[in-house]
Design a protein around this ligand. Structure first.
Ligand code: SF4
Ligand code: SF4
Length: 95
């Protein structure tokens, strides 16, 4: 059995994508700097950050939410995604 392949398949099943509340965003760029996966793009006209490539987000990473000084970044159903990840981990570890 190809365990690595299965793990990658599970990760693709977990919804994990940030969204930016534009009302709270002040365009400081901190999230753009901290994210190493190219998820964010600055809308220079509006001076607001956009999560333009959410598919690049790393499951379980929360660096951008922690660094945003305005609590503008959030995950839809974060608790549900964590629960699913734990369930899949149990399946993966089952004998
Ligand atoms: S860190 Fe927060 S306030 Fe700064 S650009 Fe990103 S979303 Fe906007
Ligand atoms: S959670 Fe991590 S990988 Fe995803 S956008 Fe934020 S910093 Fe980038």
């Amino acid at each position: 059995m190809d365990t690595d392949k299965n793990r990658n398949g599970y990760i693709e099943m977990i919804p994990w994508a940030p969204e930016v509340n534009s009302d709270n965003c002040r365009g400081c760029g901190a999230c753009l700097e901290v994210c190493q996966n190219g998820v964010f793009v600055m809308n220079e006209v509006e001076g607001k950050m956009k999560a333009a490539h959410p598919e690049n987000c790393l499951v379980m990473c929360v660096k951008c939410t922690e660094i945003c000084p305005n609590q503008a970044i959030f995950f839809l159903d974060k608790e549900g995604s964590i629960k699913l990840a734990l369930q899949l981990r149990r399946v993966d570890c089952a004998p």
